[in-house]
Design a protein around this ligand. Sequence first.
Ligand SMILES: Nc1ncnc2c1ncn2[C@@H]1O[C@H](COP(=O)(O)OP(=O)(O)OP(=O)(O)O)[C@@H](O)[C@H]1O
Ligand SMILES: [Mg+2]
Length: 272
Amino acid sequence: MNSDGQPMRQTAPWPVEISQHHSAHPPDRTVAVEAAALNKWFGSFHALKDINLAVPQGSRIVICGPSGSGKSTLIRCANGLETFQGGTIRIGGAELTGDEKQLQKIRRTVGMVFQQFNLFPHLTVMANCTLALRRVLGKSRSEAVGIAVHYLERVRIPEQAHKYPAQLSGGQQQRVAIARALCMNPRIMLFDEPTSSLDPEMVKEVLDVMIDLAADGMTMLCVTHEMGFAREAADQVVFMDQGRIVETASPATFFAAPSQERTRLFLNKMLR
Ligand SMILES: Nc1ncnc2c1ncn2[C@@H]1O[C@H](COP(=O)(O)OP(=O)(O)OP(=O)(O)O)[C@@H](O)[C@H]1O
Ligand SMILES: [Mg+2]
């Protein structure tokens, strides 16, 4: 049981099928996401340069860096939303091949939360949360509703279930987006600047939910400039600039004694 008296979440096993083509080397399921020598170009623009990054199951990794440094591109590659031209990405030990069926299976194990909440505007909060449970996982209506209620309680807005996204504040919409992702019982949650489009007074309510998730042991890869979150919840902070990982360090080292001048310059701006 966790501190709320809720049962600890049981993560689903990685889909068996995604590992079959690597039978000679059983997939390392202890690593949720791993990018190795990842290179990506948009046309002639080299957006990701030799990225090596492993997100062990149960860890929290925060990515930060200036605008245009490739943070979103990296996180989108990690979910199969972007193609790449060099290197490999493994999710739960299985290499992303670009095969659409494999991608669909893998995406069920990866929750994604974007800056713009990407809720379906014509569906209620409850319908947003139950849609994939019913259509993708084939749950009955009552089971799907039960799961959705559980996670809407988890993000502290069970009373909003009947509303449409436009009737909610930005912070509430983002919490619905998190609940919707959690409903699929993901093995890892990817966040791309989940609080950066929110009014300041709503940032905390979303960060509090994310800190709860971290405390529960959720594996998280999170692009954010919320340095308080990084200090409190991250195991590692990754600093990117111009398509490269410049520095990876524990939050304590990252903030107190970064090894790279480029990181220091960035932190001076951020923490001013
Ligand atoms: N679809 C695209 N086509 C061409 N170039 C792109 C595309 N998407 C991103 N880029 C370029 O790749 C680089 C990295 O973009 P990305 O969105 O990953 O940066 P970011 O670090 O997330 O920045 P921000 O902090 O502003 O969100 C930028 O120079 C951007 O212009
Ligand atoms: Mg971005």
